[in-house]
Ligand binder design. Structure first.
Ligand SMILES: N[C@@H](CCC(=O)N[C@@H](CS)C(=O)NCC(=O)O)C(=O)O
Length: 145
């Protein structure tokens, strides 16, 4: 990999936000270095690259950091134009994809975090909620196939 196209992903193995960026890089066949962050002891580079949220994932392309997983995904798609494209060309279909990515972010991830943060009855309720939200997502995905 030439220095002119160096890609580093600061992420964490169990983070869904980090995973979606990792998947996009792999789908596009983009070689990258993965820096596993300890979220209880964040690296100085992470704090420097994402001073606003101090969160992973952060993609560093040729020394330039980009934060927020959905912003990163669009950056990847616009920078590496090879197939597969992450977003369709048609504006209406793009809007549909953005709707569902936002649903995953706002609804599914939030409920998944509740499962980790709770226990007992509250956790059981959160698990049921995750399954319900996954069903809604599965239904929604049918229009793409
Ligand atoms: N909206 C952000 C969410 C990122 C996020 O919540 N990252 C979590 C891991 S999944 C994190 O870094 N947590 C550490 C902290 O909050 O201090 C994105 O999509 O990138």
């Amino acid at each position: 990999m030439g220095e002119e196209n160096k890609v580093i992903l600061h992420g964490m193995w169990a983070s869904p936000s980090s995973k979606r960026v990792e998947l996009a890089l792999k789908l596009k066949g983009i070689p990258f270095e993965f820096v596993e962050e300890d979220l209880l002891n964040k690296s100085p580079q992470l704090l420097q690259f994402n001073p606003v949220y101090k969160k992973i994932p952060v993609l560093v392309h040729n020394g330039k950091p980009i934060s927020e997983s959905l912003v990163i995904l669009e950056y990847i798609d616009e920078t590496w134009k090879n197939n597969p494209c992450l977003l369709p060309k048609d504006p209406y279909k793009r809007a549909k994809v953005r709707f569902w990515t936002s649903y995953v972010q706002e609804q599914l991830f939030e409920t998944m975090f509740k499962v980790v943060k709770t226990d007992g009855e509250a956790q059981e309720k959160a698990i049921t909620e995750v399954f319900e939200k996954l069903q809604v997502l599965e239904e929604g995905m049918k229009e793409f196939f």
